[in-house]
Design a protein around this ligand. Structure first.
Ligand code: AMP
Length: 276
């Protein structure tokens, strides 16, 4: 596995690849969720490129950019058997002095994460567009864990005619149901135990749906009720939205996305589940 930093190094490594290239964008501190994306890329592509970049433009001022967990040595050991190339640009390489170009997706970035983290998706789409241009992959791999991000990237890829197939991979969970996340390390043991309530609340709503309930507010109520049973959980939002537009639903007709953001102390966790 080669590891590169600058755009020149990246371009010359990319030129040496024959056949299909799969890109897995990450912010590092890798876990099984990331590795599932990399393994899928390995199965489907001749060459696998992993990017590791903690993108400053997708963090708001009060968010955890400077504290975001990092362990590059461990990450490289995990990727080594699976990838051909790892690209680790610096913030100066991605956003040199005088940088002034941004990619913004409109409606689908507005609700849910977009409403709680204004500007977040502008940073995400800009950096992903730059990763796409740098690596020029045939396929790019994202996790369902960040459901709105996946929807936004799909929209951007269509709108800007990137000749790239977006592959969205299932959420990888811990044995007790907590969705894997680099941010789980912030949880103290008590919060970590309490955090299983996210998956429990999603499953409780899913059970109602499977028993025929189609009133979206009833499902939101059920999720709120289960979350409220955990004193350490501070709910930011709970949603039952259209799978494609992410607009809140009254009645579930087609595919729907149950999702939520919940604080445990200062740590903000998100989770989701697709219905239909
Ligand atoms: P991040 O490093 O948090 O930016 O995540 C990089 C990619 O891994 C994103 O496409 C995430 O959606 C995906 N990812 C993160 N956690 C999981 C998980 N538990 N299961 C599946 N994919 C994940």
């Amino acid at each position: 596995m080669r590891s590169v930093k600058t755009l020149d190094e990246l371009h010359s490594a990319r030129l040496s690849f024959d056949g299909t290239v799969g890109l897995v964008p990450t912010m590092g501190f890798l876990h099984e969720g990331h590795l599932s994306l990399i393994r899928r890329a390995r199965e489907e592509c001749d060459h696998v490129v992993v990017s590791i970049f903690v993108n400053p433009t997708q963090f708001r001022k009060n968010e955890d950019l400077s504290k975001y967990p990092r362990d590059i040595e461990r990450d490289l050991n995990l990727i080594e058997p699976l990838a051909d190339l790892v690209w680790m640009p610096t913030a100066e390489i991605m956003y040199p002095q005088g940088y002034q170009t941004w990619v913004e997706v409109e409606a689908v970035t507005k609700p849910l994460e977009g409403s709680m983290r204004p500007g977040h998706f502008k940073g995400v789409t800009t950096v992903v567009a730059k990763l796409f241009n740098g690596v020029q992959p045939h396929k790019a791999y994202f996790g369902q864990k960040d459901a709105q991000q996946a929807a936004v990237i799909r929209q951007m890829t269509r709108d800007l005619n990137f000749p790239i197939e977006i592959v969205v991979c299932p959420i990888v969970r811990e044995a007790d149901g907590l969705a894997m996340s680099s941010r789980n390390v912030y949880l103290d043991p008590e919060q970590r135990k309490a955090a299983t309530v996210l998956f429990q609340s999603l499953n409780a709503a899913k059970e109602l749906y499977e028993n025929g309930e189609r009133d979206a507010e009833k499902l939101r109520e059920k999720m709120r009720e289960v979350l409220a049973s955990e004193p350490l959980a501070e709910v930011q939002y709970v949603s039952c939205a259209d799978y494609d537009t992410l607009e809140e639903l009254d009645v579930i007709k087609g595919k729907a996305l149950l999702s939520m953001a919940v604080f445990f102390g200062k740590t903000r966790l998100i989770d989701n589940l697709v219905l239909g």
